[in-house]
Design a protein around this ligand. Structure first.
Ligand code: TMP
Length: 219
């Protein structure tokens, strides 16, 4: 398997999806073969699981169900879509992956970290990204972005996870920062409270080094 698996992580409202799209467009325009995908989702079965997970109607969902459903969506996604794309030597840019389960289910909900990791390992077969861009913004900034988006009518309504309170989201952010701290080789922590293009350039520059470690060619 010689493709390149890269993930984007960060709290809701951190701007990671925008940055993923900007990198994908940049790579497409240079002729790279890029697959853009996301979790939970990415395949028809995983998208069905996503709907269950995010529907505000499913308030009764217990924490164990939540972690298992994220893992179920991930198992299908990894085996049906990500691994085949990597086998075709493609670049896979994935919006969220296992770090999100650690941040949201272990740190956010308070589930046992080792259990969350073991479930994720089972689901993913151990597949890890070579690089993760983790976008970080203060909780007040990310929450305000989400509220502006939903109240302004310019975007979707808040989903079941986004509707959880500020304390929960502060724990999630702490979780992401802890994951970044203990995976310094793989994760680039990016201050995301900055102009979009500046962040995009920083990511592109790092990605260029990742795929052409000895070259000065810009992507
Ligand atoms: P998205 O808004 O980035 O598409 O992600 C959907 C929501 O699912 C988001 O609030 C984060 C959450 N999530 C988890 O709680 N655990 C996970 O493992 C993943 C992949 C996402």
């Amino acid at each position: 398997m010689e493709g390149i698996f890269v993930t984007f992580e960060g709290p809701d409202g951190s701007g990671k999806t925008t940055q993923l799209k900007m990198l994908a467009e940049r790579l497409h325009s240079k002729g790279y073969d890029v697959v853009v995908t996301r979790e939970p989702g990415g395949t028809p079965i995983s998208d069905e699981v996503r709907r269950i997970l995010l529907s505000p109607d499913n308030e009764e969902m217990i924490d164990q169900t939540e972690v298992l459903l994220y893992a179920a969506a991930r198992a299908q996604h990894v085996h049906e879509k990500i691994i085949p794309a990597l086998e075709q030597k493609r670049i896979v840019l994935c919006d969220r992956y296992i770090d999100a389960s650690v941040a949201y289910q272990a740190y956010g909900l308070g589930l046992d970290l080792q259990t969350v990791l073991a479930i994720s390992q089972f689901a993913s077969g151990g597949l890890q990204p070579v690089r993760t861009y983790m976008l970080d913004v203060p909780v007040e900034v990310s929450r305000q972005r989400l509220l502006d988006r939903s109240s302004g009518g310019s975007g979707p309504m808040l989903d079941r996870i986004e509707l959880k309170g500020n304390e929960y989201h502060a724990r999630v952010r702490k979780g992401f920062l802890a994951v970044a701290e203990s995976n310094r080789e793989r994760i680039r922590l990016i201050q995301a409270d900055r102009p979009l293009q500046e962040i995009a350039d920083e990511i592109a520059e790092d990605f260029e080094k990742l795929i052409h470690p000895d070259s000065k060619v810009r992507v």
